[in-house]
Design a protein around this ligand. Sequence first.
Ligand code: PHE
Length: 339
Amino acid sequence: MVKYTNMEGEKEDIKALEIKAKKEISAAGDLKELDQIFRAYLGKKGHITRVLRSLASMGEAERKIRGKAANDARDALQAAFEAKKQQQTLQIEEAEKKDHVDVTAPGTKLPKGHLHPLTHIQRKCQEIFNGMGFAVAEGPEIETEWYNFDALNIPKDHPARDLWDTFWLKPKAADYLLRTHTSPVQARYMEKNNPPLRIIAPGRIFRYEATDASHEINFYQLEGLMIGKDVSVANFKAIIEEFYSQFFKKETTVRLRPSYFPFTEPSFEIDMRQGKGNWLEMMGAGMVHPNVLKNVGYIPREWKGFAFGMGLDRLAMMKYKIDDIRLLYSGDLKFLQQF
Ligand code: PHE
């Protein structure tokens, strides 16, 4: 064992010093502590330095042995200090990186909801009709038999009722149902407002039907009604052509085919096309039936007008190229997040 004589005249084990120093180095918590340990061993008055200084006063044989041991210990400790210092510096850098805030970086985005495609379509329609002087009216989804049928000139036991498969609410005696179209809003609005008038009534409706890619038990309609002294079919055609042209951002023509609805006379199916494209069936319409005007207290000889009812789902499906109406009610985020 290589010993040297310290100030107190005791012999110390250089190897033991080295081992002790290494333990302290590896336990050093920060650079400041490491520096103190360095000075305690390798500083001017450090333990190892003292050993090295004491070599001068030793005999040659002893100097050789202890000199080598002391130099080895110094080299080993220097390497250990260097390694520890590097490790600590690296740790500091990493901690700084973690704490670092780049104030110029864009913030993390919070997931944000958005409007349903049908809402977009409804709002777009409202905007276009508002521009042509139509106000927005609303009616209840739970409707009475009177407004859904009778007021619209569809008497009980009349086969025309079967055109609208109906969800009746229990008890049947109460005559409540889920409205099968938005047309009852016509009657409700006319009862409360004097002509002339122009309204649209968008809303959800319900049909007791089997579902498939083009049928749902509930969907959305947009009802239109314009009443005046001399409102004509020509007015209707112009307004609807303007509506489709604005909606599809493309010049659109419509054509009227004879049809039947109990609350309009004459009644039409409306087809539309762009350019020389195929005619697409879009909605039902007609001149408001005198019996409907009578039912709401208007004088049929004084007032006339047109009404129409279009499917908003149909418009959404055309605009966004959706091939299954059920997707609109699926609540499937993979579908909805595309809009
Ligand atoms: N209410 C009719 C339907 O649901 C559509 C319509 C509205 C037809 C207004 C004519 C006038 O089929």
